[in-house]
Write a protein of this length. Structure first.
Length: 598
C-alpha cells in the first residue's frame, strides 16, 4: 500500500535554486518538496556546501570525468537523502518538550488527520503509563516527507563526448533521469513538466527502478504535471504502453502559476478539475488496460486491479478556504503551495536582495514576459538584479548574456550549432537582421523588444542559493531572476514554517488584503488578458488562428457558466465581487468575439 503522508500539501519545484535544498529543510517534518535536477553545476556547488556543513568528505566531480553529470546529480541526491534521514531520526528520538522539533512536527499537522488527533490525546493524558504508550505510537507513525525531483522535458540538449560526437543517452534530460534512477532515494517521485518528450519517456523503460514492487508500491513513482485532462490521458497512455505507471497527475493552472506558463485554449481550472473528478476512474481503467498487458509481456507479474492514481493541483492557491474547496468539492489528494513559500526561509532559499524585492512586490510587478529563451511565456518579477543587468547591457549597446551553462540552447537560425536566444551572439545577429528587414515600425519594435527581453535563466534562476550561502559558482555572474506567480502580491511578510502551515490549514492567516480575488477569478482575468495580448500581437491573423481564438472564447464562456453554477449551488461563497468579476469577464469576451468574428 502507499505510505500515508502526514501532510496534504506539497512544495513544488521553484526555479533552479529556490527549492534546491527544500527537502533538507522540510522533509524531516513530513512535508514533500521538489528539486530541479538539470543544473549539475548548481547541484555540485550545493553538495560541496552541505558536505562541509555536515562534516562529510567532499571530493569534487570534474567535468572531465566520464558521465560527470550523472555522478554530480546522483551524489547530491544521495547526500539529500542521508541528511533527511539523519534529521528525521534526530527529531524522532527527541522528547516532546514545549519548543522541540518533535512537538513542532505534530503541531504543524492538519487538525483533521488521525495523527494530530492522537497527538491531542497524548497532550491531554495525565496517566504516565498511557502517555508513554501514546508517545511510542506517535513516533512509530512518523514518516519523513518525500524527496521529489523535477525534469522540465523541454530542457534536453544533446551533449557531445570526448571525441565531439553525440554520446548515446547523454542529453540533459536523459542523464538527469539516469542519475535519479540510480540514486538512493526511496519513496520518492520524479516529476515531468512541460509536455511529452518521446525519447525521455522511451528511455524510462531501461530502468527497473520505476517498476512496481507490489500493488501500489513504488520506490520511485512517476508524476506528470499537466494543464488539462487530455494531456494526462495522452502522456499516461504513452507510458502505460511501456509498462510504466503514472502514480500522480499534478494539475497546474495554465497562467496562474510561477515560472513558465503553458496556457490552455481557454480551459479554466474549475472545469478542468471537474473533468478529472468525473473521469478519474475512467482514466485509471484506461491506463490499466494498457499497463497490465505491457508488464506481463515483459515477464513481470500482472495485477488484478489498477494501482492508485493521485490527482493533485497547484497554481494560485492562497487561502485555506480555497484549499478546502479543492479537497471537499474536487476530491484532490494534495495541493501545491509554491509562491507563498518563497517568503518562508525555513522552506526555501532566496538571497536577501531578492527576498526584499518579493516582500515589497505589488500586483503590477509580476508580468507575463517573453524573458525565457524557450519561447514560452514566463511569469517574472520586475526589478531583479538580472533585469537591471540586462537593461544596462542594452543601454551600453551590448545586449545579450554570456552563455556559460548552455542548457537552453536551441536556435539554429544563424548557426549550425544551436545557440541560446538570450546570448550575445544570437541577439547581435538577430538585431542586425531586423534592422535590414524593412518591417513596419510597430512590428519592428515589437520583434526587437521580444529579442531584447530574453534573459539567461540558467544563471538567473540558479544564483539565489549560492549567493545566500556565499558560495558563488559562476565568476562575475551573480544576477538573480525570480519567477513567482501573481499570488506573491498577496503575501508581504516573512513567515516561519509553522506560520505557513497554520495559514494553509486555516488556523491563522497571512493575507491581510481582503480584496484579493478568488483563485478562479484571478485565473479567469489572466486568461482574458492573455487573449487580448495575443490579438494585439497578431494584427493579421490567419484562418487557423481565428479558429483557435473562437474556441478560446467559447471555452472561457463555458467556464464562466460553470462558475455561475458553483455560486448558485453554494459550492463557493456567492460574493458580489465574484459575481461582478464573472459579469465583466463575460462582457469582455462577448465584445472580443463580436470584434473578431462579426
Amino acid at each position: 500500500m502507499q505510505i500515508s503522508l502526514p501532510h496534504n500539501f506539497h512544495i513544488p519545484v521553484m526555479g533552479l535554486a529556490y527549492s534546491i535544498d527544500s527537502p533538507i529543510k522540510v522533509a524531516c517534518y513530513g512535508i514533500n518538496s521538489a528539486i530541479s535536477i538539470i543544473e549539475d553545476n548548481l547541484l555540485e556547488t550545493m553538495r560541496k556546501h552541505y558536505s562541509q556543513k555536515y562534516g562529510e568528505n567532499y571530493t569534487p566531480i570534474s567535468t572531465k570525468e566520464t558521465d560527470y553529470r550523472v555522478k554530480r546529480i546522483t551524489n547530491y541526491l544521495n547526500l539529500v537523502q542521508r541528511t533527511v534521514n539523519t534529521e528525521f531520526e534526530r527529531i524522532k528520538n527527541s522528547t516532546f518538550d514545549l519548543s522541540s522539533d518533535l512537538t513542532k512536527y505534530f503541531e504543524m499537522l492538519p487538525d483533521t488527520g488521525e495523527l494530530k488527533k492522537m497527538f491531542h490525546r497524548f497532550l491531554q493524558t495525565e496517566n504516565l503509563s498511557e502517555r508513554d504508550k501514546l508517545e511510542q505510537q506517535l513516533k512509530e507513525k512518523m514518516v519523513p516527507g518525500a524527496v521529489e525531483v523535477n525534469i522540465m522535458t523541454k530542457v534536453d540538449k544533446d551533449n557531445p563526448g570526448k571525441d565531439k560526437a553525440i554520446a548515446p543517452n547523454s542529453s540533459d534530460a536523459l542523464t538527469a533521469l539516469r542519475a535519479y534512477a540510480t540514486s538512493e532515494l526511496k519513496n520518492s517521485a520524479i516529476i515531468f513538466s512541460a509536455g511529452l518528450n518521446p525519447r525521455l519517456f522511451n528511455y524510462m523503460e531501461e530502468f527497473k527502478e520505476f517498476d512496481a514492487t507490489g500493488w501500489g508500491k513504488f520506490d520511485k513513482k512517476v508524476v506528470i504535471k499537466v494543464s488539462d485532462y487530455r494531456s494526462a490521458l495522452i502522456q499516461g497512455k504513452y507510458l502505460a504502453k511501456k509498462g510504466i505507471w503514472v502514480s500522480e497527475f499534478r494539475i497546474e493552472s495554465g497562467l496562474n502559476c510561477g515560472g513558465h506558463v503553458f496556457a490552455t485554449q481557454g480551459l479554466l481550472m474549475g472545469p478542468i478539475l471537474n473533468e478529472f473528478k468525473e473521469k478519474k476512474e475512467e482514466l485509471k481503467e484506461s491506463l490499466f488496460s494498457l499497463y497490465n498487458p505491457a508488464i506481463i509481456a515483459k515477464g513481470q507479474e500482472g495485477f488484478s486491479e489498477p494501482h492508485p492514481i493521485k490527482i493533485t493541483v497547484q497554481g494560485g492557491i492562497g487561502t485555506s478556504e480555497e484549499n478546502n474547496l479543492l479537497f471537499t468539492h474536487y476530491k484532490v489528494d494534495s495541493t501545491g503551495w509554491g509562491t507563498p513559500f518563497l517568503l518562508c526561509p525555513e522552506a526555501t532559499t532566496v538571497d536577501d536582495e531578492t527576498l526584499s524585492l518579493l516582500l515589497d512586490s505589488k500586483e503590477k510587478d509580476v508580468i507575463r514576459s517573453q524573458s525565457s529563451p524557450l519561447g514560452v511565456g514566463f511569469n517574472y518579477l520586475k526589478g531583479t538584479s538580472a533585469e537591471t543587468e540586462r537593461l544596462n547591457r542594452i543601454q551600453k549597446g551590448a545586449p545579450g548574456s554570456p552563455c556559460t551553462e548552455k542548457f537552453l540552447i536551441s536556435n539554429t537560425e544563424f548557426t549550425k550549432e544551436p545557440i541560446c536566444t538570450a546570448s550575445k551572439k544570437y541577439q547581435k545577429l538577430k538585431l542586425k537582421q531586423l534592422e535590414e528587414s524593412n518591417l513596419p515600425e510597430n512590428e519592428y519594435q515589437q520583434q526587437r523588444e521580444d529579442v531584447l527581453s530574453k534573459e539567461c535563466l540558467c544563471v538567473g534562476l540558479s544564483n539565489a542559493a549560492p549567493l545566500n550561502y556565499k558560495v558563488p559558482f559562476l565568476k562575475k555572474q551573480q544576477a538573480v531572476t525570480i519567477c513567482p506567480s501573481p499570488n506573491i502580491a498577496n503575501f508581504s511578510k516573512l513567515s516561519t514554517l509553522k506560520e505557513m502551515t497554520d495559514h494553509i490549514y486555516g488556523r491563522s492567516g497571512l493575507i491581510k488584503e481582503s480584496k484579493r480575488p478568488h483563485m478562479f477569478v484571478k485565473e479567469l482575468d489572466l486568461y482574458i488578458d492573455y487573449l487580448a495580448e495575443q490579438v494585439q500581437r497578431t494584427p493579421n491573423p490567419d484562418k487557423r488562428t481565428l479558429k483557435n481564438w473562437k474556441a478560446f472564447c467559447n471555452n472561457i464562456l463555458e467556464g464562466i457558466a460553470y462558475y455561475r453554477k458553483l455560486l448558485k449551488n453554494k459550492v463557493v461563497e456567492n460574493t458580489p465581487d465574484f459575481n461582478k468579476a464573472l459579469d465583466n469577464a463575460e462582457n469582455t469576451i462577448l465584445k472580443t468575439k463580436s470584434y473578431l468574428f462579426e
